[in-house]
Design a protein around this ligand. Structure first.
Ligand code: ATP
Ligand code: MG
Length: 211
């Protein structure tokens, strides 16, 4: 078992932030900080996806690059960790498989939740085996600029009622950043200052990504 997974055995509760992270940005970091601040979660585990079924593959950077950027982004953040579990598994990435794998590795009583932004929880019914996923894993849904807080709360309530699942809804400080916007800015020669951690921006420009 990899060290970062082993270290979770001694943590009472952690939360997964899954994403394409192409690139990881300050919105993602702020989601993790807000979850650590507002819930009883003790550590946030960033899991960059392998092949994400929801995204057009040609738009997604190589997994090693996304993993490197995620590692750089959380440097110095004590309660954040990165796992390559989805990249190492190969094939299409489905969250349900990751949750089952983590339970197999850590034991069925391991306490963890899965974090999603408003856009992702909105799409949950398109995820593989979402009914099973909602049954075996609790969620934390956070607000995201561009999505109405009240509509999101109502939608979450409906999902909870229908599937008998547990989704903790938290309002977080809005950070209006997306990876798509960053990719678009770079390809148009527009600055991404203040959108990604400095080390990530150095990495992007050194590698000439998104041009
Ligand atoms: P893209 O524009 O390529 O879809 P993204 O910015 O949405 O990128 P993802 O890697 O798709 O980033 O997102 C991973 C997770 O983080 C998702 O659950 C998403 O909802 C959440 N998230 C991303 N950015 C924010 C943000 N600024 N505020 C709240 N949640 C966010
Ligand atoms: Mg997205």
């Amino acid at each position: 078992m990899k060290d970062e997974i082993k270290s979770l055995k001694v943590i009472n509760k952690f939360a997964i932030l899954g994403g394409t992270f192409d690139p990881i940005h300050l919105g993602h970091i702020s989601v993790a900080e807000a979850v650590l601040d507002k819930t009883d979660v003790e550590k946030v585990l960033f899991i960059p996806s392998g092949k994400p079924p929801h995204k057009e593959l040609e738009c997604v950077s190589n997994s090693d690059i996304r993993l490197d950027m995620t590692r750089l982004a959380i440097e110095g953040h004590e309660n954040m960790e990165v796992s390559s579990i989805e990249i190492d598994r190969g094939g299409m990435t489905y969250t349900v498989d990751t949750v089952l794998q983590l339970k197999a590795l850590l034991g069925n009583d391991a306490k963890f939740k899965f974090i999603t932004g408003a856009d992702a929880i909105h799409d949950i019914k398109t995820w593989k085996d979402y009914k099973l996923l909602l049954k075996i894993c609790s969620f934390i849904a956070v607000t995201r600029p561009g999505y109405n807080k009240n509509t999101e709360a109502m939608e979450i309530e409906k999902i909870e009622k229908k599937f008998g699942c547990d989704i903790e809804f938290i309002e977080i400080p809005p950070v209006d950043i997306s990876s798509s916007q960053i990719r678009q800015n770079i390809s148009n020669g527009i600055s991404v200052d203040g959108m990604v951690p400095d080390k990530v921006s150095e990495y992007i420009f050194k590698k000439g990504l998104y041009k």
